[in-house]
Write a protein that binds this ligand. Structure first.
Ligand code: PEP
Ligand code: MN
Length: 310
Protein backbone atom coordinates (compact mmCIF):
# COMPACT_ATOMS: atom_id res chain seq x y z
CA UNK A 1 0.00 0.00 0.00
CA UNK A 2 1.28 3.45 -0.86
CA UNK A 3 1.44 5.88 2.02
CA UNK A 4 0.41 9.36 0.98
CA UNK A 5 2.84 12.13 1.76
CA UNK A 6 1.83 15.70 2.74
CA UNK A 7 -0.63 17.52 0.53
CA UNK A 8 0.21 20.62 -1.47
CA UNK A 9 -1.71 22.70 1.09
CA UNK A 10 0.44 21.37 3.93
CA UNK A 11 3.62 22.10 2.04
CA UNK A 12 2.42 25.58 1.15
CA UNK A 13 1.75 26.32 4.83
CA UNK A 14 5.33 25.46 5.63
CA UNK A 15 6.62 27.72 2.91
CA UNK A 16 5.67 31.09 4.42
CA UNK A 17 8.33 33.69 5.15
CA UNK A 18 11.24 31.83 3.70
CA UNK A 19 14.65 33.41 3.29
CA UNK A 20 13.71 33.97 -0.37
CA UNK A 21 10.30 35.65 0.12
CA UNK A 22 11.07 37.63 3.31
CA UNK A 23 14.86 37.79 3.61
CA UNK A 24 14.73 40.36 6.43
CA UNK A 25 11.76 39.06 8.47
CA UNK A 26 12.43 35.35 8.06
CA UNK A 27 13.77 33.33 10.99
CA UNK A 28 15.75 31.34 8.45
CA UNK A 29 18.17 34.23 7.99
CA UNK A 30 19.07 34.83 11.64
CA UNK A 31 20.10 31.36 12.74
CA UNK A 32 18.02 31.39 15.93
CA UNK A 33 18.72 35.00 16.91
CA UNK A 34 15.54 36.85 17.96
CA UNK A 35 14.96 40.56 17.68
CA UNK A 36 14.72 42.34 21.02
CA UNK A 37 13.51 45.93 20.74
CA UNK A 38 14.72 48.52 23.27
CA UNK A 39 12.37 51.39 24.03
CA UNK A 40 13.63 53.87 26.58
CA UNK A 41 15.19 51.10 28.67
CA UNK A 42 12.25 48.71 28.23
CA UNK A 43 12.67 45.57 26.19
CA UNK A 44 10.19 43.82 23.93
CA UNK A 45 11.10 40.33 22.81
CA UNK A 46 13.39 37.57 24.02
CA UNK A 47 12.64 36.89 27.66
CA UNK A 48 10.95 40.24 28.26
CA UNK A 49 7.16 40.37 28.19
CA UNK A 50 5.62 43.75 27.31
CA UNK A 51 2.31 44.88 28.76
CA UNK A 52 1.11 47.77 26.62
CA UNK A 53 -1.99 49.38 28.12
CA UNK A 54 -4.11 52.49 27.88
CA UNK A 55 -7.28 53.88 26.41
CA UNK A 56 -8.54 53.16 22.93
CA UNK A 57 -8.77 56.88 22.28
CA UNK A 58 -7.37 59.93 24.02
CA UNK A 59 -10.50 61.79 25.11
CA UNK A 60 -9.68 64.22 27.93
CA UNK A 61 -6.74 65.21 30.09
CA UNK A 62 -8.28 63.60 33.18
CA UNK A 63 -9.10 60.32 31.40
CA UNK A 64 -5.57 60.12 29.95
CA UNK A 65 -3.74 60.90 33.20
CA UNK A 66 -5.90 58.64 35.33
CA UNK A 67 -5.37 55.71 32.97
CA UNK A 68 -1.65 56.37 32.56
CA UNK A 69 -1.14 56.42 36.34
CA UNK A 70 -3.20 53.26 36.88
CA UNK A 71 -1.35 51.22 34.27
CA UNK A 72 2.04 52.57 35.38
CA UNK A 73 1.31 51.63 39.01
CA UNK A 74 0.31 48.11 37.96
CA UNK A 75 3.59 47.56 36.09
CA UNK A 76 2.68 48.28 32.45
CA UNK A 77 5.63 48.55 30.09
CA UNK A 78 4.23 51.12 27.64
CA UNK A 79 1.22 53.44 27.40
CA UNK A 80 -1.12 53.10 24.43
CA UNK A 81 -3.65 55.65 23.21
CA UNK A 82 -4.95 56.83 19.86
CA UNK A 83 -4.93 60.47 18.83
CA UNK A 84 -5.81 59.65 15.21
CA UNK A 85 -8.49 56.96 15.04
CA UNK A 86 -9.43 54.74 12.11
CA UNK A 87 -13.24 54.57 12.36
CA UNK A 88 -15.61 52.46 10.31
CA UNK A 89 -18.08 55.34 10.10
CA UNK A 90 -16.91 58.71 8.77
CA UNK A 91 -19.42 60.28 11.19
CA UNK A 92 -17.82 58.70 14.29
CA UNK A 93 -15.30 60.56 16.47
CA UNK A 94 -12.00 60.60 14.58
CA UNK A 95 -9.69 61.35 17.52
CA UNK A 96 -8.35 64.55 19.09
CA UNK A 97 -5.44 64.74 16.67
CA UNK A 98 -2.70 67.17 17.73
CA UNK A 99 -4.39 67.84 21.09
CA UNK A 100 -4.39 64.08 21.74
CA UNK A 101 -0.67 63.93 20.98
CA UNK A 102 -0.09 66.76 23.43
CA UNK A 103 -1.96 64.88 26.17
CA UNK A 104 0.05 61.73 25.46
CA UNK A 105 3.28 63.73 25.80
CA UNK A 106 2.04 65.06 29.14
CA UNK A 107 1.16 61.54 30.35
CA UNK A 108 4.60 60.31 29.37
CA UNK A 109 6.30 63.21 31.15
CA UNK A 110 4.40 62.44 34.35
CA UNK A 111 4.51 58.64 34.40
CA UNK A 112 7.71 57.95 32.49
CA UNK A 113 5.87 55.45 30.31
CA UNK A 114 6.92 55.43 26.65
CA UNK A 115 4.02 55.99 24.25
CA UNK A 116 2.51 53.82 21.52
CA UNK A 117 0.19 55.72 19.20
CA UNK A 118 -1.23 55.17 15.75
CA UNK A 119 -0.11 56.88 12.56
CA UNK A 120 -2.99 56.86 10.07
CA UNK A 121 -1.65 59.04 7.32
CA UNK A 122 1.77 59.96 5.95
CA UNK A 123 0.72 63.62 6.26
CA UNK A 124 0.70 63.34 10.09
CA UNK A 125 4.05 61.57 10.37
CA UNK A 126 6.02 64.56 11.63
CA UNK A 127 3.55 65.36 14.42
CA UNK A 128 3.12 61.73 15.51
CA UNK A 129 6.86 61.07 15.50
CA UNK A 130 7.39 63.95 17.91
CA UNK A 131 5.51 62.02 20.58
CA UNK A 132 5.44 58.33 19.63
CA UNK A 133 8.11 56.04 21.06
CA UNK A 134 6.45 53.25 19.07
CA UNK A 135 4.39 53.96 15.95
CA UNK A 136 1.29 51.81 15.61
CA UNK A 137 0.15 50.85 12.12
CA UNK A 138 -3.47 49.79 12.42
CA UNK A 139 -5.11 46.70 10.97
CA UNK A 140 -6.81 48.75 8.27
CA UNK A 141 -3.47 50.13 7.11
CA UNK A 142 -1.45 46.91 7.15
CA UNK A 143 -1.14 46.99 3.40
CA UNK A 144 -0.74 50.77 3.01
CA UNK A 145 2.66 50.41 1.42
CA UNK A 146 3.47 54.13 1.29
CA UNK A 147 2.81 54.37 5.04
CA UNK A 148 4.91 51.26 5.74
CA UNK A 149 7.83 52.72 3.78
CA UNK A 150 7.44 56.02 5.66
CA UNK A 151 7.72 54.36 9.08
CA UNK A 152 10.53 52.24 7.69
CA UNK A 153 12.47 55.47 7.16
CA UNK A 154 11.38 57.02 10.46
CA UNK A 155 13.82 55.10 12.65
CA UNK A 156 11.23 54.46 15.38
CA UNK A 157 9.98 51.04 16.56
CA UNK A 158 6.78 49.99 14.80
CA UNK A 159 3.84 47.93 16.08
CA UNK A 160 2.27 46.43 12.96
CA UNK A 161 -1.24 45.05 13.35
CA UNK A 162 -2.50 42.18 11.25
CA UNK A 163 -5.20 43.15 8.76
CA UNK A 164 -8.76 42.01 9.41
CA UNK A 165 -8.56 39.45 6.61
CA UNK A 166 -4.83 39.15 6.06
CA UNK A 167 -2.82 35.96 6.01
CA UNK A 168 0.35 35.60 8.05
CA UNK A 169 2.33 35.68 4.82
CA UNK A 170 0.78 39.08 3.99
CA UNK A 171 1.57 40.33 7.50
CA UNK A 172 5.19 39.25 7.17
CA UNK A 173 5.42 40.84 3.72
CA UNK A 174 4.09 44.09 5.22
CA UNK A 175 6.78 43.88 7.94
CA UNK A 176 9.32 43.32 5.18
CA UNK A 177 8.35 46.71 3.67
CA UNK A 178 9.36 48.42 6.95
CA UNK A 179 12.52 46.38 7.43
CA UNK A 180 13.60 46.98 3.83
CA UNK A 181 13.79 50.74 4.49
CA UNK A 182 16.38 50.10 7.19
CA UNK A 183 14.18 49.98 10.30
CA UNK A 184 14.86 46.70 12.14
CA UNK A 185 12.45 47.34 15.05
CA UNK A 186 9.13 45.84 14.04
CA UNK A 187 6.75 43.98 16.35
CA UNK A 188 3.85 42.08 14.85
CA UNK A 189 0.40 42.14 16.40
CA UNK A 190 -2.35 39.54 16.14
CA UNK A 191 -5.62 41.38 16.87
CA UNK A 192 -8.31 38.99 15.66
CA UNK A 193 -9.42 38.17 12.14
CA UNK A 194 -12.72 37.88 10.28
CA UNK A 195 -14.20 34.39 10.21
CA UNK A 196 -17.73 33.01 9.87
CA UNK A 197 -18.08 33.19 13.66
CA UNK A 198 -20.09 36.19 14.79
CA UNK A 199 -20.51 35.52 18.51
CA UNK A 200 -17.66 37.93 19.24
CA UNK A 201 -16.09 40.89 17.46
CA UNK A 202 -13.24 38.98 15.73
CA UNK A 203 -11.67 35.53 16.04
CA UNK A 204 -8.39 35.73 17.94
CA UNK A 205 -6.01 33.56 15.96
CA UNK A 206 -3.76 32.23 18.69
CA UNK A 207 -2.26 29.66 16.35
CA UNK A 208 -0.59 32.67 14.75
CA UNK A 209 1.58 33.10 17.86
CA UNK A 210 3.66 29.89 17.67
CA UNK A 211 3.58 29.93 13.86
CA UNK A 212 4.89 33.48 13.65
CA UNK A 213 7.53 32.70 16.26
CA UNK A 214 8.62 29.79 14.13
CA UNK A 215 8.72 31.77 10.88
CA UNK A 216 10.16 35.11 12.04
CA UNK A 217 12.61 36.50 14.59
CA UNK A 218 10.38 39.56 15.22
CA UNK A 219 8.48 39.93 18.54
CA UNK A 220 4.81 38.92 18.49
CA UNK A 221 2.22 40.93 20.45
CA UNK A 222 -1.44 40.00 20.95
CA UNK A 223 -4.36 42.45 21.21
CA UNK A 224 -7.16 40.67 23.10
CA UNK A 225 -9.36 43.80 23.33
CA UNK A 226 -10.25 44.25 19.65
CA UNK A 227 -10.60 40.51 19.13
CA UNK A 228 -12.97 40.10 22.07
CA UNK A 229 -15.11 43.20 21.75
CA UNK A 230 -16.16 42.80 25.38
CA UNK A 231 -14.20 43.01 28.59
CA UNK A 232 -15.25 39.64 30.07
CA UNK A 233 -13.23 37.88 27.38
CA UNK A 234 -10.10 39.99 27.69
CA UNK A 235 -8.53 38.21 30.67
CA UNK A 236 -8.92 34.61 29.40
CA UNK A 237 -7.63 35.58 25.94
CA UNK A 238 -4.70 37.45 27.48
CA UNK A 239 -3.69 34.51 29.66
CA UNK A 240 -3.91 32.13 26.72
CA UNK A 241 -1.80 34.44 24.54
CA UNK A 242 0.87 34.84 27.21
CA UNK A 243 1.00 31.11 27.91
CA UNK A 244 1.25 30.43 24.16
CA UNK A 245 4.50 32.40 24.05
CA UNK A 246 3.45 35.89 22.92
CA UNK A 247 6.05 38.58 23.63
CA UNK A 248 3.45 40.97 24.94
CA UNK A 249 -0.13 42.23 25.02
CA UNK A 250 -1.69 45.50 23.94
CA UNK A 251 -4.84 46.04 25.94
CA UNK A 252 -7.41 48.83 26.29
CA UNK A 253 -8.09 50.41 29.70
CA UNK A 254 -10.41 53.27 30.66
CA UNK A 255 -11.39 54.88 34.01
CA UNK A 256 -15.09 54.66 33.10
CA UNK A 257 -15.68 52.43 30.04
CA UNK A 258 -19.43 53.10 30.07
CA UNK A 259 -18.64 56.69 29.13
CA UNK A 260 -15.90 55.92 26.61
CA UNK A 261 -16.27 57.57 23.21
CA UNK A 262 -14.89 54.53 21.43
CA UNK A 263 -14.70 50.78 22.18
CA UNK A 264 -16.20 51.12 25.68
CA UNK A 265 -17.49 47.52 26.06
CA UNK A 266 -14.04 46.01 25.53
CA UNK A 267 -11.99 48.31 27.76
CA UNK A 268 -10.83 47.08 31.17
CA UNK A 269 -11.52 49.40 34.07
CA UNK A 270 -8.54 51.15 35.67
CA UNK A 271 -9.50 49.70 39.06
CA UNK A 272 -9.30 46.09 37.81
CA UNK A 273 -6.05 46.53 35.91
CA UNK A 274 -3.60 45.68 38.74
CA UNK A 275 -5.25 42.32 39.26
CA UNK A 276 -5.25 41.69 35.53
CA UNK A 277 -1.53 42.56 35.29
CA UNK A 278 -0.70 40.11 38.07
CA UNK A 279 -2.56 37.29 36.28
CA UNK A 280 -0.78 38.13 33.01
CA UNK A 281 2.59 38.15 34.74
CA UNK A 282 1.97 34.61 35.95
CA UNK A 283 0.84 33.36 32.55
CA UNK A 284 3.90 34.91 30.89
CA UNK A 285 6.08 33.13 33.43
CA UNK A 286 4.65 29.81 32.18
CA UNK A 287 6.26 30.59 28.84
CA UNK A 288 9.53 31.66 30.51
CA UNK A 289 8.99 35.40 30.16
CA UNK A 290 9.26 38.17 32.69
CA UNK A 291 7.06 41.25 32.78
CA UNK A 292 9.09 44.38 33.23
CA UNK A 293 12.45 42.72 32.61
CA UNK A 294 15.32 44.35 30.84
CA UNK A 295 15.84 47.54 32.74
CA UNK A 296 12.25 48.72 33.07
CA UNK A 297 10.65 49.47 36.39
CA UNK A 298 10.16 46.19 38.21
CA UNK A 299 6.57 45.19 38.79
CA UNK A 300 5.58 46.51 42.18
CA UNK A 301 3.50 44.27 44.40
CA UNK A 302 1.19 46.56 46.33
CA UNK A 303 -0.38 44.84 49.32
CA UNK A 304 -3.89 45.35 47.98
CA UNK A 305 -3.15 43.11 45.02
CA UNK A 306 -4.86 39.79 45.18
CA UNK A 307 -4.17 36.61 43.31
CA UNK A 308 -6.28 36.84 40.16
CA UNK A 309 -6.23 33.20 39.23
CA UNK A 310 -8.80 31.33 41.21
C1 PEP B 1 -6.72 50.32 18.10
O1 PEP B 1 -5.70 49.76 18.52
O2 PEP B 1 -7.35 51.17 18.75
C2 PEP B 1 -7.25 49.89 16.78
C3 PEP B 1 -8.05 50.69 16.08
O3 PEP B 1 -6.87 48.65 16.44
P1 PEP B 1 -7.03 47.85 15.06
O4 PEP B 1 -6.23 48.63 14.03
O5 PEP B 1 -6.43 46.52 15.39
O6 PEP B 1 -8.49 47.77 14.75
MN1 MN C 1 -9.96 50.51 20.10
Amino acid sequence: MTVMKGTAVEEEALAIATAETCPLASAQTTAGRRTVIEIDGRRVGGESFALIAGPCTIETREQTMQTARAVRDAGATLLRGGAYKPRTSPYAFQGLGQEGLRLLAEAKAETGLPVVTELLDVADAEAVLEVADVVQIGARNMQNYALLAEVGRAGRPVLLKRGLSSTLEELLMAAEYVLKEGNPDVMLCERGIRTFENAYRFTLDLTAVPVLKERTHLPVIVDPSHAAGRRELVTPLSLAAAAAGADGLIVEVHPNPAEAICDGPQQLRCDEFAQYALAVERAAALAGKTLGAGGSVAVASPPEREPALA
